[in-house]
Write a protein of this length. Structure first.
Ligand code: SF4
Length: 334
């Protein structure tokens, strides 16, 4: 698809056009990914973060956040329950929290790998050496969303982060043999349709194994608390266009989408998504992992299974590894 075509579909409200795009995205998903939906259980093991992203409730400047950290043993126990319930991938996610040494994180990965699951990490930016240690410990995949391809917007939203380093990290991960995921937010303040079209093109250019797309949801305890959030309708369009462009990337129906629209995940599954990521963090902690407000905390594996069967699909049995045959992350030059 060209940028002009993507822009046309992002902007149109014409029902026939939209139906055509959603239907095509569903056909592409069926052809390249099949009808199986992969369940990934997310454990948010620490909500402490040294960074200060303007949109995020975990930002270090948010003095109202109740902080927590889980031990390796706690993480293992939660992972074991999720695996017993049928999950074949555990996603270990946290803010950028230097409290955990790399050796401790490696120990966490090694323990969880004892459960015969794929392990995805989502721990933010790290050095090449740290990523290598975590890979050697057994991590299979890494999620690092670039959030927006617009350099100027990125600098505003993430004032203590570097756009170039973000993409360098994605390149390191690819070099080290991780299955690499990235993604964006839809409906950010000052985000143009052109910028969203660039995000979609970049997903294709990076040859990502996984693409996470969610609406921006303003958190009241952040500097962006007074802005409007992204809509479910636009987010689903971005998912559909991304499916058509990337063909076989794993694309989740995100929790953020379910937060803005109770039917959001069902819509996403019917327009290109092939993954659901139930949050298996213990309820006592999950309520405090508040990147955005009103997040679903009672997100169960059984609920995810019901969601999958409600759209006439089935829960995939395997680990749900990448459907790509490899490929490198290319650093954007614009
Ligand atoms: S988006 Fe990530 S890096 Fe930024 S403040 Fe939130 S948890 Fe930290």
């Amino acid at each position: 698809m060209t940028k002009d075509e993507i822009l046309y579909y992002l902007k149109t409200h014409h029902e026939v056009d939209m139906y055509g795009i959603f239907e095509l995205a569903d056909r592409v998903r069926k052809r390249y990914c099949g009808d199986g939906v992969h369940l990934r259980g997310i454990i948010e093991f620490s909500n402490c973060c040294v960074r200060n992203c303007l949109y995020c409730g975990l930002r270090r400047g948010n003095g109202r956040a109740r902080r927590y950290r889980m031990t390796v043993d706690e993480v293992y126990q939660v992972a074991e329950c999720a695996v017993d319930a049928g999950v074949k991938t555990i996603v270990l996610q946290s803010g950028e929290d230097p409290y955990y040494s790399v050796s401790e994180l490696c120990r966490m990965v090694e323990r969880v790998k004892e459960l015969d699951v794929a392990v995805t990490l989502s721990l933010g930016e790290k050095s090449y050496r740290d990523y290598r240690s975590l890979k050697e410990a057994g991590a299979d995949r890494y999620l690092l969303k670039f959030e927006t391809s617009d350099k100027r917007l990125y600098a505003l939203l993430k004032p203590d982060s570097s756009y170039v380093n973000r993409f360098r990290c994605l390149e390191y991960l690819s070099e080290l043999g991780y299955q690499v995921g990235s993604g964006n937010m839809v409906g950010l303040p000052n985000q143009s349709s052109e910028s969203i079209a660039d995000d979609i093109l970049l997903f294709g250019m990076l040859e990502l194994d996984m693409v996470g797309i969610g609406p921006f949801i303003p958190h009241p305890d952040t500097p962006l608390g007074g802005f409007n959030g992204g809509s479910s309708g636009l987010t689903v369009k971005v998912i559909a266009l991304t499916r058509i462009l990337t063909r076989n990337a794993h694309i989740p129906a995100t929790t953020a989408l379910a937060t803005v629209d109770p039917e959001g995940r069902r819509k996403a599954l019917c327009c290109g998504a092939n993954v659901v990521m139930p949050n298996v963090t213990p309820f006592s902690y999950a309520a405090d992992y508040e990147i955005y407000p009103d997040k679903l905390t009672e997100d169960t594996i059984d609920g995810a299974k019901k969601l999958v069967s409600s759209v006439g699909r089935y829960v995939a049995k395997g680990y749900g590894h990448s459907l790509k045959m490899g490929g490198n992350v290319n650093i954007p030059t614009h």
